[in-house]
Design a protein around this ligand. Structure first.
Ligand code: RUQ
Ligand code: CUA
Length: 660
């Protein structure tokens, strides 16, 4: 739009889309060719959706680019009986009194900020941030030698796009050890150590450009699994660049301990989201672009796509039998539809037809069903995981397909038989009855219990511990992509809006309790009861490799003609060395230990004009290595306000001019 055109009313734009839609429908519905293939049933038994429902969702999704959130402006629901919108007007409190603790940890992915955020539930107070794929000058992540090396060896990128945080599990429950998260942008998986709330490993997975879906294999975290979203040549070395037919997307298994890539499976179509059954056998991936096109028209041409069910033990067997091709050091197993490994009675990947371009997959708490949200179809497809094993007919595995509303993206659970699905286009959370959906006809709205407006355009939706075998109910968070008018305007880039919704144990109505602005752009979150996480308050020096520096160790040691090792302690309110001298051109390795043992007494080490700042927590040791390029005096100062004499906490680095 040019600057002097008057901005258009979003409703008007939407109306225009509706008109376009109607004319398309008029053609489709013209009596002469009202053929079977025009029917949205897709040949799936009992699916009684009209093409209109399907198209409407698709076209409206297309419209979101220009009038994102418009459905929210127009009030969301369509007024049908199923759309009993709950009025907000909260009677439930999420206040955590001053000095009290939250009951749950929430771990939020930070999207393209590259970080994770830790948020207390129910207060929604942000407790901390954990840098993962980004650098962070408050903690020194990416500045100290160890974290710099971690980022360099993890691919050397300065950013990442994390979407899906997953907690490690033992017996299907969170064990509080680790959190794993993907980097969609660069095909990586990172691990965060939950003893210290620190990233401790980043794996740059070979052969994969993007890893979108990411989960751990339940119940015991045998693997961290990742979905390659973008199809590319394999290997991507210039061959086949112009031949999209030969592109492929990959599914990967990474070892949770060594963080090494174990194997990959190549499949047809683009993989999207993944979750696993609770018994360690099935990983279910949503997928789109079975057309294998390279543009949006092509990607959405056909009416159906295939969800992939990866049979993990069968894949392991294929690897063991040597049925793979090694690409960049990784065994790649062929899981495409034509593969010989998919022809026998134990295929490694089952292809299950669904309405086109489904988005999420979440497996319910008892592992019975995988819930695949339709995105462009207003339905959720329930895949029966028990039936998967025996059935040779993929159609037999569909246990239910309720019609939930427009733009379903993700589903979560309260553990009491209810599913809650986010509706991107309708801007609602819809609560429905899982068993009723199995009983009901496909496409039925009967299983729907209620709908709650959210603001606006939700993506993920997560209830407490919903990904375990025993969800806790009570609270649910709707991660809304847009906040629009919900907060004070802060320039054109507004925060997302994570909304806290009370769900109780599922017997009560949903109640919207709080808006929570979030810096762009969280995608997903995961919650663990506080008793499951055992964070250390002070470092244990046996947990790191650096040598602990004592007050007696403080000093400067020349280690070569052009290198020195400076060691110093930090404590309130002084560094172990009030000053030290190095020569111009020296490579300086500076080791610092915070010798305090008191919780929350952190000291910082900022070196002006050397681009260095980092934190040293109690009993921790950190090192930085840099070159003293320019002669002069540099006041190293403490960046954490540690005591009344914090401002005076300094050391003086003197860089002597090199001798001529
Ligand atoms: S995705 S909004 Cu990256 Cu999890 Cu569904
Ligand atoms: Cu140490 Cu401020």
């Amino acid at each position: 739009m040019s600057k002097n055109e008057t901005p258009r009313d979003p409703n008007e734009v939407l109306d225009e889309y509706e008109e376009t839609l109607d004319s398309v429908l008029a053609e489709v519905e013209s009596p002469d060719e009202a053929a079977e293939d025009d029917d949205i049933s897709l040949g799936l038994p009992g699916l009684s959706l009209g093409r209109r429902d399907f198209m409407k969702a698709g076209v409206a999704a297309g419209a979101m680019g220009s009038v994102a959130g418009c459905s929210a402006l127009t009030g969301g629901g369509d007024g049908s009986a199923a759309n009993q919108t709950t009025e907000s007007g909260s009677s439930v409190s999420h206040t955590v009194e001053p000095g009290e603790h939250d009951e749950y940890y929430g771990f939020w992915s930070g999207g393209h900020s590259g970080e994770l955020r830790v948020i207390g539930i129910p207060s929604m107070r942000e407790l901390t941030r954990i840098p993962v794929f980004n650098t962070d000058c408050a903690t020194g992540y990416g500045f100290t030698d160890d974290t710099k090396e971690l980022l360099e060896e993890g691919g050397g990128y300065s950013w990442g796009d994390n979407h899906h945080p997953n907690l490690s599990e033992t017996d299907g429950d969170y064990d509080g050890e680790y959190l794993y998260v993907n980097d969609k942008a660069n095909g990586r998986i990172a691990r965060v150590n939950l003893t210290y709330f620190e990233t401790d490993a980043i794996t740059d997975v070979p052969n994969m450009q993007a890893i979108h879906g990411c989960c751990v294999l339940s119940p015991d975290t045998k693997y961290v699994l990742g979905n390659g979203e973008f199809r590319a040549p394999l290997p991507n070395d210039g061959t086949d660049a112009k031949n999209p037919d030969n592109y492929t997307s990959l599914f990967v298994a990474v070892d949770p301990e060594s963080m090494e890539t174990q194997w990959q499976v190549k499949v047809d179509g683009n993989l999207d989201i993944v979750d696993t059954g609770k018994e360690g056998r099935w990983a279910i991936s949503s997928a789109y672009n079975s057309e294998e096109a390279t543009d949006i028209q092509g990607m959405t041409r056909d009416d159906r796509d295939n969800v992939k069910a990866f049979d993990i033990p069968a894949i392991e067997q294929a690897v063991e039998n040597g049925n793979y091709e090694e690409v960049n050091g990784v065994p790649v197993v062929d899981g495409t539809q034509e593969s010989s490994l998919n022809q026998g009675d134990r295929p490694i990947v089952k292809y299950i037809p669904t309405p086109k371009s489904p988005h999420c997959v979440e497996v319910g708490p008892n592992g019975d069903y995988a819930f695949v949200a339709g995105k462009l179809s207003p339905t959720v497809t329930m895949i029966d995981l028990d039936a998967l094993a025996d059935s040779s007919d993929p159609e037999d595995v569909v246990a239910g397909r309720p019609r939930v509303g427009l733009g379903p993206l993700h589903t979560t659970f309260d553990g009491n038989g209810h599913a809650y699905t986010s509706l991107f286009i309708d801007s609602q959370a819809v609560k429905w009855d899982i068993e009723a959906a199995v009983e009901a006809d496909e496409g039925s709205e009967d299983p729907i219990i209620e709908k709650q407006d959210v603001h606006y355009n939700p993506g993920h939706i997560q209830a407490l511990e919903a990904m375990t075998t025993d969800p806790d109910g009570e609270w649910l968070v709707s991660l809304n992509k847009l906040s629009k008018d919900r907060f004070l305007p802060v320039g054109p880039i507004m925060p997302d809006n994570d909304q806290l919704i009370h769900i109780g144990q599922g017997e009560e109505s949903m109640e919207l309790v709080a808006d929570h602005p979030a810096y762009p752009e969280p995608h997903d979150c995961v919650f663990a009861h506080k008793d499951k996480i055992d964070a250390k308050k002070v470092y244990d020096k046996s947990d790191y490799e650096e040598t602990y520096i004592t007050e007696e160790d403080s000093g400067v040691e020349r280690t070569g003609d052009n290198s020195v090792h400076v060691k110093m302690t930090t404590k309130r309110s002084e560094y172990g060395l009030p000053d030290f001298t190095v020569q111009e051109g020296d490579e300086v390795r500076l080791s610092t230990t915070n010798i305090e043992g008191v919780q929350d007494i952190i000291h910082g080490v900022a070196i002006p004009e050397h681009d260095i700042n980092y934190a040293v927590a109690p009993q921790d040791t950190r090192e930085v290595t840099f070159t003293a390029d320019d002669p002069g005096v540099y006041w190293i100062y403490c960046t954490y306000f540690c005591s009344a004499l914090h401002l005076e906490m300094r050391s003086r680095m003197i860089v002597e001019p090199a001798e001529e």
